[in-house]
Design a protein around this ligand. Structure first.
Ligand code: THU
Length: 127
């Protein structure tokens, strides 16, 4: 993946993060998935007063992409807090279902690192 595409994906993650609905934790997250079709699918976290119903940015991005007919992905970029944000365990499993192998973690200062999903989730559940 070239640097321009990575930068574009990161910018999309920061942009969708602006729409996050997080009145309870005040921790806003944005996720941008790059489909093999070349499109970017975005998701943000959406919280609920019944806390357990909260839905993370990563899975919302995956679900948006699948609803649009895309199931193959090159990478996902995440934008969150001051330090590098990593996907929660449940979202790692959801990313694993669709083989989203490249995960781009960003910091507020714009720096990023690329990690492999297999390093984040070495033993995914699989039927
Ligand atoms: N959150 C995400 O959106 N993605 C993650 O990988 C970790 C957590 C959200 C859920 C909740 O709205 C807030 O961050 C604090 O946990």
């Amino acid at each position: 993946m070239d640097k321009a595409r990575i930068d574009e994906l990161i910018a999309a993650a920061f942009e969708v993060r602006e729409n996050a609905y997080a009145p309870y934790s005040e921790f806003t997250v944005g996720a941008a998935l790059l489909g093999m079709d070349g499109r970017i699918y975005a998701g943000c976290n959406v919280e609920n007063g019944s806390y357990g119903l909260t839905s993370c940015a990563e899975r919302n991005a995956v679900f948006a992409a699948v609803a649009e007919g895309c199931r193959n992905f090159a990478a996902i970029a995440l934008a969150g807090g001051r330090d590098f944000i990593v996907p929660c365990g449940a979202c790692r499993q959801i990313l694993s279902e669709f083989n989203v192998n490249r995960v781009i973690l960003t910091k507020r200062d714009g720096s990023y690192k690329v990690v492999a999903l297999k390093d984040l989730l070495p033993y995914p559940f699989s039927l």
